[in-house]
Structures are given as structure tokens and as C-alpha cells.
Design a protein around this ligand. Structure first.
Ligand code: NAP
Length: 285
């Protein structure tokens, strides 16, 4: 358990390390939570280029840093600085949360937990047997795919522009979790044959205004629930397309909220004030 002691007057620093991180909403969400619980803590952004990472991780204690979120592009490479892993981080093979206590760094991953927690609200909590098609095989997709496998979904098809990346993720899932109903698509058009109940966009495609939609309109079936991890813009072209075809869908704001709440609880041992965090996020988006 973390050693958070609200009576201890010392300021505790938390933050997000990655590159780039300038536009992150995590400081707003976490600082609102600290304020609500009256904690002497502050959440900062640490925008670091790769050569700066070793020095940064080796001086966390000196800098008074008690916890970190880790984002693109360091979720996997950061592992060399971690002393201990939670079962979640160890299964997923990537870290998005670090707790620093008495010079011990414990790595955790809250992306998959946050995704499943939000999905239970907007779609369903029992995912057993459903078919899933996921666009992207990067850091976020990795956490989601391992979490879906644990929920005993029916099958998962992974598509990534880098076919080898999708293949190695699928092989790793089979090897580490024993979940074998996972395969790789050669193109996003295979969605048409797969007819999934759940379609997830875990690529950054859709963040920019001139981004294309990765799938064809006719690949969306009336029963497909569309989840886009992107939350800015709130409605991507993919979500607009889903809406036009009358499908239920969600953006990734709830995932951001719940992965943040899980990180907060992992650092402090305190229950995260989720509603305050949610209100803070929705006020700026
Ligand atoms: P990432 O590690 O870079 O993974 C993205 C993957 O998508 C990469 O494998 C990339 O391949 C692939 N890709 C890029 N363009 C593609 C295309 N046209 N077709 C198919 N695959 C393509 O990024 P990430 O950290 O997983 O994040 C992915 C998205 O999720 C981002 O938009 C991020 O903001 C969002 N996200 C949201 C939350 C949340 O809480 N809502 C949490 C985490 C991430 P290459 O590497 O070859 O380009």
C-alpha cells in the first residue's frame, strides 16, 4: 500500500512524463482531485526527450516525485527503470503509472482497467463471447487487448498499419494469457467480413481535422458498438459516421477519467473523487 499521509506536510509531486505532453488534461483532473481531498500535492507535466529519460528516472526521489503517469513514447521503454511490477503491468508488458516509495519504483498499468470500467458504463459489463475488431496495435491497444482477453471475449481481430506489430501483439497475447481466439487483419476492410459487435479505434487517426476515416461506412453493422479512444475532438469522423448509421458509440474521455482515477488510487491509497475529476474534464472539452 502507498504511504500517503495527509498529515505529513511535505508537498508531494506527481506528474506525466512523455513527449509531447503539453496538451494533456491530466494536470487539471488530478489537481482538482488533490484540492478536493485537501492534499498537499501537485501534478505537473514533464516533457522529456529520450536522452533525458535516464537522468529523470534516476533522480525522482531527489525531485520529491511520489508518482508518475507515463505516456507516449515511453510506456514500454520505461520498464528498465522499474523495480517491481503489479500483475497488470507485468501481463500487459507496459507501464502507464509509477509509484515511488522509499526509492522503490512500482510500475502499474491502468489503461486497460480504465477502458473496461468505462465500457461497462456505456456498453456492457459482461463482455464474454463478444467479437471485437481493434484498429491499432500500439501502447493503448496492447493494454486493451490483454484486458479484453481476460474478460473472455469471443474473438479479437487486430489491424495495424504495421502488420508485424499487430502479429507480435497477437502472438504475445496467446503466449502470455493463453487466449487463442485472436488474429490479425491485413487491412481495415476485413471489418466487413468480421462483423464485430465492438469496434475500437486505438490509433491516433482522427485527432487531426484532415485525418481520413480508416473504415468504410458499409463495414458498420447496426449492432456494432463503436469506441474511439480519441476524446479531442469529442466527435471524430469515425464517431460521426457511426452516428449517421444509427450506431451507439463513445469517445475516450471516460477511459481518460477512469485510468486517471485508478492511478490516483494507486498512488495515494485514497478513493478518487471521480465526479469532481469528470466535471473538470468535461468543463474544458
Ligand atoms: P501508439 O502507441 O502510437 O499506437 C498507435 C498505433 O496505431 C501504432 O501502432 C500506429 O502504427 C498505428 N497506426 C497509425 N496510423 C495508422 C493507420 N492509418 N492505420 C492503422 N494503424 C495505424 O499510440 P497509443 O499510445 O496507443 O495511442 C493511440 C490513440 O489512443 C491516441 O489517439 C491516444 O491519444 C489515444 N489514447 C487515449 C487514451 C484515453 O484515456 N482515452 C489512453 C491512451 C491513448 P505506427 O507506429 O506504425 O504509426
Amino acid at each position: 500500500m502507498p504511504d500517503y499521509n495527509p498529515e505529513d506536510g511535505a508537498l508531494k509531486i506527481y506528474g506525466l512524463v512523455g513527449y509531447p505532453v503539453k496538451h494533456s488534461l491530466s494536470p487539471l483532473m488530478h489537481n482538482a482531485a488533490f484540492k478536493t481531498l485537501n492534499l498537499n500535492a501537485e501534478y505537473k507535466l514533464f516533457e522529456k526527450k529520450a536522452p533525458e529519460i535516464p537522468d529523470f528516472f534516476n533522480s525522482l526521489m531527489d525531485a520529491g516525485i511520489a508518482g508518475l503517469n507515463v505516456t507516449f513514447p515511453y510506456k514500454e521503454t520505461v520498464k528498465e527503470f522499474i523495480d517491481e511490477y503489479t500483475p497488470e503491468a507485468s501481463l500487459i508488458g507496459a507501464v502507464n503509472t509509477v509509484r515511488i516509495e522509499k526509492n522503490k519504483k512500482t510500475g502499474h498499468n491502468t489503461d486497460g482497467i480504465g477502458f473496461i470500467r468505462h465500457l461497462a458504463q456505456v456498453y456492457r459489463s459482461n463482455l464474454k463471447g463478444i467479437s471485437v475488431f481493434i484498429l491499432g496495435a500500439g501502447g493503448a491497444a496492447r493494454a486493451i487487448v490483454f484486458s479484453l482477453a481476460r474478460c473472455d471475449v469471443g474473438n479479437i481481430v487486430v489491424y495495424d498499419i504495421d502488420h508485424d506489430k499487430a502479429k507480435s501483439l497477437s502472438e504475445e497475447v496467446m503466449e502470455k494469457s493463453g487466449f487463442t481466439r485472436i488474429g490479425v487483419a491485413d487491412s481495415a476492410d476485413e471489418l466487413l467480413q468480421c462483423k464485430p459487435e465492438l469496434l475500437i479505434n486505438a490509433t491516433p487517426v482522427g485527432m487531426k481535422e484532415d485525418d481520413p476515416v480508416l473504415i468504410k461506412a458499409e463495414s458498420l453493422f447496426p449492432y456494432t458498438f463503436v469506441y474511439d479512444l480519441i476524446y479531442k475532438p469529442a466527435e471524430t469522423k469515425l464517431l460521426r459516421l457511426a452516428g449517421k448509421r444509427g450506431l451507439s458509440s463513445s469517445n475516450g474521455l471516460g477511459m481518460l477519467l477512469y485510468q486517471g482515477a485508478e492511478s490516483f488510487e494507486f498512488w495515494t491509497g485514497l478513493k478518487a473523487p471521480v465526479e469532481v475529476m469528470r466535471r473538470t474534464l468535461t468543463a474544458v472539452l
